[in-house]
Design a protein around this ligand. Structure first.
Ligand SMILES: NC(=O)c1ccc[n+]([C@@H]2O[C@H](COP(=O)([O-])OP(=O)(O)OC[C@H]3O[C@@H](n4cnc5c(N)ncnc54)[C@H](OP(=O)(O)O)[C@@H]3O)[C@@H](O)[C@H]2O)c1
Length: 227
């Protein structure tokens, strides 16, 4: 993979993917809310470009997209929030938290495709970092409404975008990728995977996925998941 755009790359998996891609010789454009957050990465590589945008703001996403002057092999939408770690019951659910979660996890992906899709190469890869929490057939939780519902919505968006690419006769591949349970701010200290383990497997999978068609909703190895 030569050129990647990663949206939501200030910390956690997004930063892990950006750091590893740079180590592997790729060129990375990272969309972050605050440039300060990526200062360390920025000072170590001339192959890193930083763009500033909050994914909740269409004007900011549009402005960031106008700062691009190259085409990408891979676009990764990684930004997300999980505002219901307390797992409160539906009777205590805060609809504002639900809406705020949707705004980042699902609608932010729509804004990103709207403004950045034009910068994807004809045989490029469009990746939405999703979650098994967005799978309906396999759902096991009884709460975390905003997170699970927004990831199911993100999965639907990924499928619609895949349909659109096919209808237009494009060779763009679309993935909704569950990255595994990772030790990040969101995943917590007890999670199964280190950042390096997750980022390594995911970048390897993205490299293989560039080579041809396959399922949309997949795990970090590229194996299909139930919607
Ligand atoms: N960790 C896990 O176990 C796990 C499991 C399944 C799926 N996932 C998915 O993997 C992805 C990465 O998760 P993570 O664990 O790395 O999460 P994280 O540590 O909480 O990082 C979230 C990232 O999203 C960015 N972000 C949030 N709101 C944003 C906004 N409004 N505008 C721009 N950027 C925004 C954050 O930027 P700021 O620094 O500016 O807040 C940060 O870079 C997410 O899509 C998540 O749902 C994670």
């Amino acid at each position: 993979m030569q050129k990647l755009l990663i949206v939501g790359a200030s910390r956690g998996l997004g930063e892990g993917l950006a750091r590893l891609a740079l180590e592997r010789g790729s060129t990375v454009t990272a969309v972050v809310r605050s440039r300060a957050a990526l200062a360390a990465l920025g000072s170590t590589s001339a192959r890193l470009t930083l763009l500033e945008a909050d994914v909740r703001s269409e004007p900011e996403i549009e402005r960031a997209s106008r700062g691009v002057n190259t085409s990408f092999d891979v676009i990764v939408y990684n930004a997300a929030v999980h505002l219901e770690h307390d797992r409160r019951d539906v009777e205590a659910c805060d609809p504002e938290a639900l809406a705020a979660t949707f705004d980042v996890n699902a609608t932010g992906a729509v804004r990103t495709v709207k403004w950045f899709r034009r910068w994807l190469k004809p045989r490029g890869l469009l990746v939405f970092i999703s979650s098994e929490a967005g799978g309906i057939t396999t759902a096991w939780r009884t709460s975390e409404f905003g997170y699970c519902m927004s990831k199911a919505a993100l999965n639907m968006f990924a499928k619609l975008v895949a349909n659109r690419e096919a209808a237009l006769g494009n060779s763009v591949r679309v993935l909704a990728l569950h990255p595994g349970w990772i030790r990040t701010d969101m995943g917590g200290a007890n999670a199964e995977l280190s950042l390096d383990e997750a980022a390594t497997t995911i970048l390897d999978t993205l490299g293989r996925s560039l080579e041809g068609p396959g399922p949309v909703f997949v795990d970090r190895f590229g194996a299909p998941l139930d919607w």
